[in-house]
Design a protein around this ligand. Sequence first.
Ligand SMILES: *[C@@H]1O[C@H](CO)[C@@H](O)[C@H](O)[C@H]1NC(C)=O
Ligand SMILES: *[C@@H]1O[C@H](CO)[C@@H](O)[C@H](O)[C@H]1NC(C)=O
Ligand SMILES: *[C@@H]1O[C@H](CO)[C@@H](O)[C@H](O)[C@H]1NC(C)=O
Ligand SMILES: *[C@@H]1O[C@H](CO)[C@@H](O)[C@H](O)[C@H]1NC(C)=O
Length: 459
Amino acid sequence: MQPNRLWSIALSVCLAGQASVWGLELNINDQESIKTAAATTAFNMMSQYHGNESGHIPGKLPDTWWEGGAMFMTLIQYWFWTGDPSYNEVTTQGMLWQKGSNDYFPSNYSQYLGNDDQVFWGLAAMTAAELNYPEQDGQPSWLSLAQGVFNTQVPRWDMSSCQGGLQWQIWPYQAGYTTKNSVSNGGLFQLAARLGRYTNNQTYTDWAEKIWDWSATTPLLRKSDWTIADTTTTLSDCKAHGDLQWTYNYGMYLSGAAYMYNHTNGDTKWKNGLDGLLQTTFSQFFPKQFGGNVMSEISCEPNMMCDRNQDCFKGFLASWLTFITTIVPYTEGQILPKIQASAEAAAKQCSGGSQKSKCGRRWHQPTWDGTTSLEEDMSALSVFSSNMIKFKKGDIAPYTANSGGKSESNPTAGTGSGDDQNDTKPEPITTADRAGASILTILFVCGWVAAVTWLVYGG
Ligand SMILES: *[C@@H]1O[C@H](CO)[C@@H](O)[C@H](O)[C@H]1NC(C)=O
Ligand SMILES: *[C@@H]1O[C@H](CO)[C@@H](O)[C@H](O)[C@H]1NC(C)=O
Ligand SMILES: *[C@@H]1O[C@H](CO)[C@@H](O)[C@H](O)[C@H]1NC(C)=O
Ligand SMILES: *[C@@H]1O[C@H](CO)[C@@H](O)[C@H](O)[C@H]1NC(C)=O
């Protein structure tokens, strides 16, 4: 570590400890200022993580599983943009602890996980692969863990309604089983597109194309006005639409389209999708009333009713938009001013708590809005780190196997015979099961009749 990195970390820790007057200072034209704001926010966020302490489970946050993957993805990006490895150890530990049978479907939680929960860990692993985040000896590669998620999700593609699509939930006993949603389908779309670009294996890009095309037959991706519905239902054959607008749904599809655009060397199909979704993203989530460049989670910020999941979303859109500029260079002029203005605004909002550096929710509001959470810190951390793009030298585009990416491919990851293998797809109810159930019913009824008969006539 360079001495001035140490200095800025030391400074940020002191600031976190005693900046009673300033809040976060952020000058987006000064890389030390960006690093300090990011380091302070990372420190605040990680002060709320205890998974690496004895008696706790690595990678597991209280009452949520998916957010662990999202948090590590954010920390991997933080490391990449700022060069600060302070959280690498804790990140690697959590990422590997939760890997399940190399598929991010660990049996402790798999009974209630949705496809969207699993895919966030897959995207974190993919991020590690693309950024050459250090691999761990004797452990599966980051790329293979992303492949393991792909390999377990693809068999869940459901042809029993809507001619395709992933259900939100994996298990029939969960309410979301009859929902098909954009974050699950967009998540696998993005993962497939990134795997396709990294490995140059057409199986992945074919799936990306298939998911995109299928989405466009439903309200989840409306090409007529480039809007993304949050949900649709199997019972309506994917005609119903839950139209709440969320930043991360747009981020999922935008990012996947950008990888496909790059991989196909600028195919107009992907350019149209990308340009269309960018325009909607800009007009909806960067409201004119806040100057047009500051991101807002419009479906829950006005009434301050965002839940902890929703408080994470802005960070994903910020980081994915930033990476889009590295693989679709013509978007830089449109995107970066929004990332810059959002970071400057977020820094003012990050003035809560006794240390006056905790982040609230509404980036557009220049005074702290009174809320604090790990999720709000995580979102702000993403937008701060992303601003290092102006200063980072050398390769900043996500690597591929051909351009220096070192993570090893294992196309069959997650399909082995590990503990979790039986959990990856619900077993269809077979005729034998039904017959078995009928026999039990018959035996029960017969037993009951026999008992009643005995009572009436026997005794
Ligand atoms: C846990 O990780 C934090 C960094 O987030 C580190 O400061 C702390 O020392 C670690 N604790 C243990 C017990 O390893
Ligand atoms: C599963 O639960 C056990 C018991 O609480 C715990 O020791 C283990 O670390 C957990 N594994 C994961 C992957 O969370
Ligand atoms: C694809 O990304 C690379 C960076 O990896 C960039 O140099 C190239 O211009 C991009 N291709 C297109 C068609 O924009
Ligand atoms: C491409 O990916 C598919 C699906 O995982 C796999 O079956 C196939 O072996 C891969 N091909 C190569 C050349 O890696």
